[in-house]
Design a protein around this ligand. Structure first.
Ligand SMILES: [Zn+2]
Length: 108
């Protein structure tokens, strides 16, 4: 099975296509090594935090839990919808990601 791993990078705008957060859009804050992503505002979980000394109060904090990369699709700014990503090698040998629909380059 072809892996989508590597198609999504930090700072990308993605749409969730599966799971309880389906349909939501957010920016990728972090890509983890195991193919999981932290997406801003998506998949938030409440965690109990213990107080630490005098600086940090205990309580409940909300934090994004990782999502698997297969549950999101990259948004194309031109198509304004989630698209399949292809990679293309330019004349100078540089590999870029392009939108599978409109062929817009997705790497700045
Ligand atoms: Zn496009």
């Amino acid at each position: 099975m072809a892996s989508q791993k590597g198609h999504i990078k930090k700072g990308d705008r993605v749409k969730v296509i599966a799971g309880k957060e389906k349909g939501k859009i957010g920016n990728v804050l972090k890509v983890e090594h195991d193919g999981k992503l932290i997406v801003e505002g998506i998949n938030k979980v409440k965690r109990h935090q213990k107080p630490a000394g005098t600086k940090r109060q205990g309580g409940i904090v909300e934090k994004e839990a990782p999502l698997h990369v297969s549950n999101v699709m990259l948004m194309c700014g031109k198509c304004v919808k989630p698209v399949r990503v292809r990679s293309q090698v330019l004349d100078d040998g540089k590999r870029v990601r392009v939108c599978g629909k409109c062929e817009e380059h997705l790497d700045a």
